[in-house]
Ligand binder design. Structure first.
Ligand code: SF4
Length: 422
């Protein structure tokens, strides 16, 4: 239970449209209490859920027993019915479901005196911005927050700023607000805004803040934002291809975002791992056909994704602007929400979502014989990518994090952004 104020995103709409997508792509781990509640719900074959299939032990877990909901052969939750609806919800109401199902697609992050609320763009309704404004759903979100936000959330320290420095929450919010303001500029093209953000956050990464606090941080931010706005036109007028090493690291990153790890794929054991290793090897070479990492992808040549697909349309820019601003306002890109990485590294990882999404959108389009992107391609690709961003353990590992830092230090992040948004 938390009395702390919630900070809700201002430009996002959402309502559940019962697509059942979340019930097909997540493993739902349950607590001991939830396990007992589901046992007490007495599910039987007649309900479509045989009791011995409802709950299964987590595979590969040898410590204290952990359990998850069972899956149907196609990977869907065992409680998802033929109409795409939740059997627990239908029979026992929302409170009968595991907490993880009630929380999705919201995410709650400590933000000092407040809790920042973000959303997962793996939900198609979030990407498409359909439903009521999130800001009007305060009471429902408060009920969920009460169940998940720990009572001591206000004592949690802010994320680090860069590799060496930390500031208190009030100064940390100055950086977050400045980032949001850069991304929100109404009369500046989208690519200029994200590149400005990249330039000045990189300067924050190289600076030290031991003696800067309060108004001096505000002055520093004004200075670097002005410098970034002046530098971006030359970045834009001089399109440089990503380096060979940059491309290699980028493809390995794409391979992590394009995977689909369901209970069915985990159950494949060594065979599944062997297939994955072969796919990663092909991604590292970047030649020949792209191995389809999940059923929806077709095998098309790597080279087919490299020509220009045209600039982002206004609708496509709106999706990305909303995505970046919801993630930044919701602190969904650094600290506890993102593998405990500092503000600067977290934003650079978030920025890489843009070229990764564009690459996957191109893959979807070429697979259907097109060389132009639709807004649906981009929405679909973003839902695939955001499923992993901050949630796939592979992205938080040392190797993946050092690739992101390397892409920043070689200057490949702005090259990749421009290359795949053209
Ligand atoms: S319990 Fe219900 S809401 Fe949760 S994953 Fe299963 S079908 Fe979906």
């Amino acid at each position: 239970m938390t009395a702390v104020r919630l900070s809700l995103p201002v430009l996002q709409n959402w309502d559940c449209h019962n697509c059942g997508g979340c019930c097909r792509q997540h493993q739902i781990e349950i607590t001991a209490e939830e396990r007992q509640r589901i046992i007490d719900q007495n599910w039987t074959e007649a309900d479509g859920v045989p009791a011995d299939k409802a709950i299964v032990p987590m595979s590969g877990w040898f410590g204290t027993p952990r359990y998850r909901l069972g899956h149907q052969p196609d990977g869907a939750c065992v409680f998802l019915n033929e109409q795409g609806l939740c059997r627990i919800h239908a029979k026992f109401g929302e409170l009968g479901k595991p907490l993880a199902c009630r929380v999705y697609p919201y995410a709650f992050h400590p933000a000092g005196k407040t809790v920042a609320v973000s959303l997962r763009f793996s939900c198609p309704s979030v990407v498409k911005n359909v439903g009521r404004p999130v800001s009007s759903q305060q009471a429902e979100i408060r009920r969920i927050a009460d169940a998940v936000v720990p009572g001591d959330s206000t004592t949690i320290a802010p994320p680090a700023l860069n590799a060496t420095d930390r500031v208190d929450w009030s100064d940390f919010h100055r950086f977050v607000d400045a980032l949001d303001a850069t991304l929100a500029q109404a009369n500046t093209p989208f690519l200029d805004r994200v590149l400005q953000a990249y330039v000045w956050t990189s300067l924050v990464g190289q600076s030290t803040f031991a003696k800067l606090r309060g108004d001096r941080i505000r002055d520093f931010l004004e200075l670097v934002q002005t410098a970034a706005a002046a530098e971006v036109p030359s970045l834009r007028s001089n399109l440089v291809e990503p380096t060979k090493v940059g491309r290699l690291y980028f493809r390995l990153l794409v391979a992590q975002y394009a995977r689909k790890d369901t209970a069915a794929s985990v159950a494949e054991g060594w065979l599944g791992r062997w297939r994955l290793l072969r796919a990663v090897w092909k991604f590292s070479r970047g030649q020949g056909d792209i191995p389809p990492l999940q059923e929806l992808f077709h095998s098309v040549p790597f080279s087919a994704l490299e020509p220009s697909f045209g600039p982002l349309s206004p609708d496509q820019q709106e999706i990305f602007t909303r995505y970046f601003r919801v993630k930044v306002q919701g602190l969904h890109f650094c600290g506890p929400a993102y593998y405990d990485v500092p503000f600067v590294e977290g934003f650079h990882s978030l920025l890489l979502v843009l070229p990764v999404t564009m690459w996957i959108a191109r893959w979807l389009a070429v697979g259907e014989g097109r060389n132009q992107l639709t807004t649906d391609d981009i929405a679909h690709a973003l839902s695939i990518v955001d499923h992993h961003h901050g949630y796939s353990p592979a992205l938080g590992q040392t190797a993946a994090r050092s690739r992101v830092r390397s892409l920043a230090s070689t200057g490949d992040i702005p090259r990749l952004v421009q290359w795949y948004c053209r």
